[in-house]
Design a protein around this ligand. Structure first.
Ligand code: HEM
Length: 457
């Protein structure tokens, strides 16, 4: 019996050693230190609190592209890149070869078959649909009115109130509520009243945040672990199930009440108040737009709109508050262009805001330094070679670090870590593509293809 144990232990040890060296040999560009059994996961977990900065540093020291390999036998392996030529290749030149893939869909299961999780025809259908919705003049007017109302009736009075009381507020929470109310009205035509003086806890908002948190952890846990948690309905996976249930109940009740309202009123009577995206889609009454389709479309728009705007608003105000010179220039530009009603808070129209070039530059800088989507994930359909010389095959998960790109000295120049709205403004005083580093040669691929032409103006 002892002999059997001895043989088994020796074989297992030998297998581990061979496996370890095989991994070492096959991973030619390691991003972090590769430990036996745990792979590179320990370094990720120790640096989770500043994972984007940490990854950007590591990518820089590896020439912009490197491999992450997870614990043994987990298949948690990625090729991470911030090389603009690779990004151009994947997102533009060889776009048809790169998909989100089935694994992505599994992680983002809560998104259903919406625009973020689908590929090919289903993705194109969603994209064309949203495109046509967003381009409508009536939608643009509705969106401006909704945001203006939230600013005038909720945001400004609350800021006035807390200022008078000398109260400290968490601006991220405030902007989250502000964006949530706007997105609820614009996407669903529903008044969530999240942004009010008593800072209420809104169930549906909590459900969203919970679902997103659980999705984040699915990225760093081995698949077998989160699948087991899901099966046992424990930890973050249980919370995710509950959150999705809450959202589904909420959205299906809303669809039912809208259906009833639509059947009672004709189009003229519903009028402008019902220019929200859900009502517009339902009004079209297309056969393929069943309750499931509507639920998925709304969930995707909701997450897309809410998180990106909350993130950019929060970082924008943090950057402005920590850069008093930039703040002074923003105020100076406003005074110069709209000197009237000095000292009195006034909500500008979209047309007026377009005249604020320096402010626009400051927002572009915020998006560069703190992109709301710091990573994009893609998978190849067929084996391919990236311009950097790294090979990819269908089993490679490719992560594009937009965060590292925004902080690349090679792209933006030596002052890449500085908050400089000026870099977006030409000598003529117009908004222009920055000229630092090697940016001029990259200028074309950098156009915002995700939203290009979606909104007018
Ligand atoms: C500062 C604001 C925003 C930023 C920085 C931003 C950024 C991005 C990025 C990087 C993507 C590509 C994601 C991917 O392919 O994985 C994306 C896609 C998308 N965004 Fe935004 N977004 C913003 C605001 C919004 C808003 C307000 C909406 C609408 C409510 C929206 C709707 C979408 C949709 C539907 C897609 C999917 C497009 C596609 O797959 O073709 N975004 N966004």
């Amino acid at each position: 019996m002892a002999m059997v144990w001895y043989a088994a232990a020796t074989s297992a040890a030998l297998f581990c050693i061979i496996y370890f060296f095989h991994r070492r040999l096959s991973c030619r560009y390691p991003l972090y230190t590769d430990y036996p059994i745990l792979g590179m996961l320990p370094e990720v977990l120790c640096n989770l609190w500043h994972i984007h900065d940490f990854s950007a540093e590591m990518l820089k020291s590896h020439g912009g592209t490197a491999e992450f390999i997870g614990p043994w036998f987990t298949n948690l392996n990625f090729l991470v890149t911030s090389d603009p030529l690779n990004v151009h290749h994947v997102l533009s030149k060889n776009f048809n070869n790169y998909i989100k893939g089935p694994e992505f869909r599994e992680i983002f299961q809560a998104f259903g078959d919406g625009i973020f999780t689908t590929d090919a025809e289903a993705w194109k259908y969603n994209r064309d649909l949203f495109h046509s919705l967003f381009k409508h003049r009536s939608f643009e007017v509705f969106m401006e009115k909704t945001i203006r109302k939230t600013v005038q009736n909720s945001l400004l009075p609350i800021l006035d109130h807390v200022q008078q009381q000398g109260r400290v507020v968490d601006l991220q929470d405030l902007f989250n509520r502000f964006t949530f109310d706007n997105i609820c009205s614009i996407v669903l035509g529903y008044d969530s009243n999240c942004l009010s003086l008593d800072f209420p806890e809104v169930e549906i908002e909590k459900a969203f945040s919970q679902a997103e948190e659980s999705i984040f952890y699915r990225h760093i846990k081995p698949k077998s672990l989160w699948k087991l948690q899901k099966w046992l309905q424990i930890g973050g996976e249980r919370k995710m199930t509950e959150a999705c249930k809450s959202f589904d109940q909420f959205i299906h009740a809303l669809i039912a009440s809208k259906l009833e309202a639509l059947s009672k009123c004709n189009e003229n009577e519903t009028g402008e108040a019902s220019a929200d995206l859900l009502t517009t889609l339902m009004r079209e009454g297309k056969e393929e737009h069943d309750a499931r389709f509507l639920r998925d479309a709304m969930f995707n728009l909701f997450v897309a709109g809410r998180d990106a705007i909350t993130s950019v608003l929060t970082w924008f105000f943090w950057l402005v508050a920590t850069n008093p010179l930039v703040e002074a220039k923003i105020l100076e530009e406003m005074k110069e262009k709209f000197g009237r009603n000095e000292g009195k808070a006034e909500v500008l129209s979209v047309e007026e805001v377009k005249k604020l070039v320096y402010l626009h530059g400051a927002i572009c800088e915020t998006l560069r330094l703190f992109p709301p989507v710091p990573f994009e994930r893609k998978q190849a359909l067929e084996a391919d070679m990236l311009p950097s010389g790294h090979g990819v095959d269908p089993s490679t998960v490719l992560l594009i670090s937009l965060y590292a790109m925004g902080r690349s000295e090679e792209i933006w120049g030596e002052d890449c870590m500085e908050f400089k709205p000026e870099r977006w403004i030409s000598e003529k005083g117009e908004l222009s593509c920055p000229s630092g580093g090697r940016l001029r040669s990259y200028a074309k691929p950098f156009s915002c293809s995700s939203h290009e032409g979606w909104f007018q103006g």
